[in-house]
Ligand binder design. Structure first.
Ligand code: TYM
Length: 350
């Protein structure tokens, strides 16, 4: 049997990239899972705190995210939906993993290198060192590995941008297994090595700057489509999406990322390949393509948005769902942590 684990940060309403790159795939896996598979989907508040967050916005975002997960089709009868930051076992396991993670490995993480580059740009310096960045950002991937190992997950459905993090999780599972198995060979198989399950659709790019991915942290609202956007907002954002001056439509992600991004989105909505979709637009222009992209997104997001509007009114129901999810999550992780403490030589918690 398989155990799926994935997480999403409560840093605002998810965008089209989150939906096409991850959430929609979670729902698909839920539908296709075997009866004895287990699925965990977690709202990872501790990860969100690696960047500055407004207290009130953060509180709201955590509940909103649960409403959204249900709105897109996750079923609490089938999937365990819970808040990571209500289960302290994540932090304890993250600590044990921190103690066996080489600093050099974390320095090579592209997310970390990206943060360093941002800091350099902000300070207008080419040689800013890492002394101004917080340690949480640095060790973020270790906490992510802890999330995954804590439930002995075998499969991790994520977007391609998470590849390096999943590879680190595998390395850390292997290192921890060796540590736990120092006195007993059988303990070297305590944790399965988790496998990434990538979403078939490619990464979705920013509508304003197609050289970067669509992201929640960009200051430009025009750069992303939110799952809760009203039809008018969706129309305006797609119409203004940056393409290029070449009026032909062709799928060329390297040289024409803006146009390719629209084709990727349309293909994802239709469960087709962008190359095939592009063929339909021979001799047509961006205006026609954009009109079709708008229609496809409106249709894709109509149900989730309606469901979200309904669920967000049902606060008690949402609270009950995550309470039930937390209970199941803690039962599973508690057992794993008792084993880990024992095999590491840490005193049991009375
Ligand atoms: P987060 O919250 O940034 O994103 C959630 C999911 O959305 C995918 N995604 C995208 N896919 C396609 N195009 C995009 N533009 C795009 N932007 C985001 C991400 O790949 C992700 O699957 N580190 C994780 C959260 C996390 C996690 C975990 C995931 C914490 N612990 C354990 C899996 C397992 C993150 O930053 O997700």
């Amino acid at each position: 049997s398989r155990t799926y684990f994935s997480g999403i940060q409560p840093t605002g309403v998810p965008h089209l990239g989150n939906y096409l790159g991850a959430l929609r795939n979670w729902v698909k896996l839920q539908r296709e899972a075997k009866p004895n598979d287990t699925l965990y989907f977690s709202v990872v508040g501790w990860h969100a705190l690696t960047l500055p967050q407004d207290r009130n916005a953060l509180l709201k975002a955590q509940t909103d995210m649960v409403a959204l997960l249900l709105a897109v089709g996750l079923d609490p009868e089938r999937s365990i939906i819970f808040h990571q930051n209500q289960n302290p076992d994540h932090l304890e396991l993250a600590w044990y993993l921190n103690c066996i993670t080489p600093v050099g490995k974390l320095r090579r993480m592209t997310t970390w290198k990206g943060r360093l580059a941002d800091a350099r740009n902000a300070n207008d310096e080419s040689e800013v060192d890492d002394s101004l960045l917080n340690t949480g950002l640095f060790t973020y991937p270790v906490l992510q590995a802890a999330d995954i190992l804590l439930y002995k997950a075998t499969h991790v459905p994520v977007g391609e941008d998470q590849q390096q993090h999943i590879e680190l999780s595998r390395d850390l599972a292997d290192s921890l297994n060796r540590q736990l198995g120092a006195h007993n060979k059988e303990f070297r198989r305590t944790f399965p090595l988790p496998e990434a399950v990538y979403t078939p659709s490619k990464r979705i790019l920013s509508l304003r700057d197609p050289s970067s991915k669509m992201s929640k942290s960009s200051p430009f609202e025009q750069s992303r489509i939110l799952l809760t956007d009203k039809p008018e907002a969706i129309k305006s954002k797609i119409r203004k999406a940056v393409t290029d001056s070449n009026s032909e439509i062709a799928y060329d992600p390297i040289n024409r990322p803006g146009t390719a991004n629209l084709l990727t989105i349309l293909a994802a909505c239709e469960d087709a390949q962008p190359e095939q979709v592009a063929e339909r637009y021979a001799g047509k222009d961006h205006g026609i393509l954009k009109a079709d992209v708008i229609d496809a997104i409106l249709e894709l997001l109509r149900r989730p948005r309606e469901e979200y509007e309904r669920l967000i009114q049902a606060r008690d129901y949402l609270d009950r769902i995550v309470e039930g999810g937390l209970f199941k999550a803690r039962s599973a992780s508690g057992k794993v942590m008792r084993t880990v403490r024992d095999r590491l030589g840490m005193l049991a918690i009375p």
